[in-house]
Design a protein around this ligand. Structure first.
Ligand code: FEO
Length: 178
């Protein structure tokens, strides 16, 4: 079954939305790298990898459906944040925006009765629900920690245990060989 043109356009836009999201998280990781919070930097780096995988999932879906992939430029992300809380609040807004985009896509897939696309988008809706919950939980704990450095460092250490997509951590080039 040929992919509906409107759905094709929106799925292509979603590749861009997910890549933009990956860029937002990479910018956050870079910002955290200039703070004492190496754990939050790792968390953001891992999330950036997740978002790239989401973009690639949409890419592969379009290829599998024999639809044309159209890549667009990625917008420059916000590079500076006021605090740990500020970064995670921005992350929540980012995730809520993506959830809305996926919801809208699902509605179009439903209108054109494309059940395979609905199936793909359901996977993403569940993923979004999990991602929003993870960020909300972090925000709750950040609120509890407030300005207490010791509590923030505990949360930072915990965040740092998050593995990047593929199981690794941020690449350590310092002193690394070829
Ligand atoms: Fe792939 Fe969290 O949006």
């Amino acid at each position: 079954m040929t992919l509906n043109p409107k759905l094709t356009k929106l799925l292509n836009e979603q590749i861009n939305n997910e890549m933009s999201s990956s860029y937002v998280y990479l910018a956050m990781a870079a910002w955290f790298e200039r703070t004492p919070y190496a754990g939050f930097a790792q968390w953001m780096f891992a999330q950036s990898g997740e978002e790239t995988m989401h973009a690639l999932k949409f890419y592969q879906y379009l290829v599998d459906r024999d639809a044309k992939v159209e890549l667009q430029p990625i917008e420059k992300p916000k590079m500076d944040y006021k605090s740990v809380m500020d970064a995670f609040q921005y992350s929540l807004k980012q995730e809520e925006k993506v959830t809305q985009q996926i919801n809208d896509l699902y509605e179009v897939a439903e209108q054109v009765k494309d059940h395979a696309s609905k199936n793909l988008l359901l996977w993403f809706l569940n993923e979004q629900m999990e991602e929003e919950k993870t960020v909300r939980d972090m925000l709750d704990r950040l609120k509890l920690a407030g300005d207490d450095a010791a509590s923030l460092l505990v949360l930072d250490r915990e965040a740092g245990s998050r593995k990047s997509t593929g199981g690794g951590s941020r690449p350590n080039m310092v002193g690394g060989g070829a």
